[in-house]
Design a protein around this ligand. Sequence first.
Ligand SMILES: Cc1cc2nc3c(=O)[nH]c(=O)nc-3n(C[C@H](O)[C@H](O)[C@H](O)COP(=O)(O)O)c2cc1C
Length: 223
Amino acid sequence: MRNHTRRCTICVFLMLILCGTGPAPPAAAGEPAAVPLPPPQTNGGKPLMQALALRATSRAFAPDPIPAQTLSNLLWAAWGINRPGNGKRTAPSARNRQEIELLVVRADGTFLYDAAANRLLPVAAGDHRALTGVQSFAKDAPLTLLLVADASRIPGGGKDPEALQMAWADAGYISQNIYLFCASEELATGARASIDRPALARALGLKESRIILLAQGVGRPAR
Ligand SMILES: Cc1cc2nc3c(=O)[nH]c(=O)nc-3n(C[C@H](O)[C@H](O)[C@H](O)COP(=O)(O)O)c2cc1C
């Protein structure tokens, strides 16, 4: 019986690793480690109608960093897993392709939101906020979320315009989730499509399969 239990535990562990949702392997020497996030607080906030009444685009941000708890809540609201049983999320996605990746661009580096493990995975070192928009205020937000499509999850590898439109639609839902969370938390935010995409992709070392769709700054409102 005990052997059977041990075999089951090992199987579950191997399945988690194969599915990519298990614990991260330890970082090699010199490699940046994953950053765990506090569990998201999934209740509270303003009533939906109040958040809708407050939703607006802002282009002026205070420099104050966003606390880890607020970031965890923001990422969950934007594109977190709200049904762990089937891995579905707070935003819909066409055919449940879940092709959008959420990157967090901060002064201390750029990170990928790993929703399943609720952590940030390092993507690039350095401060690349200024490259997240062609407008000068892009650099001012303490963090910018990048909505990036993984073309390997899109039929036609991102070359089929109709399939790409679905990725843009999926990004739109996530962007609105960000807007509504920020309205609820009295944070400033604004979507941006005006981005020098090749320059940003180069700076972040993104694979060719990654298509930058939108950037969205988040921070406290400028005082
Ligand atoms: C897809 C999309 C792209 C946008 N791109 C930019 C942008 O590059 N720069 C900018 O300042 N605002 C951008 N905006 C914000 C719009 O200008 C803003 O939503 C519009 O003026 C209406 O204002 P509101 O969001 O406060 O209602 C974008 C909005 C959307 C939905």
